[in-house]
Ligand binder design. Structure first.
Ligand SMILES: *Cc1c(COP(=O)(O)O)cnc(C)c1O
Length: 219
């Protein structure tokens, strides 16, 4: 499976112009594909499964910034705590506490995004508005984490108005909380937008997009 070099160059250029970080989502794709993009200068890669991520981390250059974008279970935090660059999907205090604990063990600060539930599907993970507020407030007791922003996933829908409105809602929540900075939380990253909706997400104020299949082909 070859990567889409042309698509990458155009997308990276769009991101550069807009000041948006492109996270190349490489889950299920071989290390050869990651290296092909790495050799074009790319460093931010996203993975969803802990075992797959640690295997790739071991095999690949150490200056790759690994983003964990999947649903992280507390009992697996220890496997990625020494090297993960940004954990996108934090959605409970229990998980945040464990990340803090493992970060302390590794003598580092782990950067996190809180995942907000914006989609219609009940199955998607994430905090509601009240839980978000509570977690931001309670996070002050964790000294080895830094909450850098919010992450969300819109509904899998062909109705682009539905998608746009969900992304708009996330941007509003983000704006409402950016002023609420504490010792270890300062919201500057808004991670929203995937292959199907990154254009809309960028129009709605995303600062970080997570794109997989457009770059690496269908999974
Ligand atoms: C897989 C995944 C992506 C990338 O999806 P594509 O549609 O392939 O771009 C983005 N974000 C999350 C959370 C994912 O799990």
């Amino acid at each position: 499976m070859a990567i889409n070099r042309e698509v990458y160059l155009v997308l990276q250029d769009e991101c550069d112009k807009a000041g948006v970080t492109l996270v190349a989502v490489s889950k299920t794709k071989p290390v050869e594909d990651i290296m092909a993009l790495y050799e074009m200068g790319h460093r931010d890669f996203g993975e969803s499964y802990v075992q797959e991520l640690t295997t790739k981390w071991e095999a690949l250059p150490k200056d790759i910034r690994w983003h964990f974008i999947g649903h992280l279970q507390s009992n697996k935090v220890k496997y990625l705590a020494s090297f993960v660059h940004l954990v996108h999907g934090v959605d409970s205090e229990k998980l945040l506490r464990e990340i803090d604990k493992q970060a302390a063990k590794n003598n580092r600060i782990i950067h996190c995004l809180l995942q907000v539930h914006i989609a219609r599907e009940e199955t998607k993970f994430g905090l509601d508005d009240a839980e978000l507020k509570a977690l931001l407030t309670n996070s002050v007791s964790f000294s080895n984490i830094k909450i850098c922003g919010l992450m969300g996933m819109a509904s899998f829908s062909d109705d682009m108005m539905v998608v746009r409105n969900e992304l708009k809602h996330l941007k509003t929540l983000f704006d409402n909380h950016t002023s609420l900075s504490t010792a270890n939380s300062q919201l500057s990253i808004l991670s929203m937008g995937m292959s199907a909706d990154y254009k809309i997400a960028m129009e709605e104020g995303s600062t970080m997009i997570r794109v997989g299949s457009l770059l690496f082909g269908e999974r």
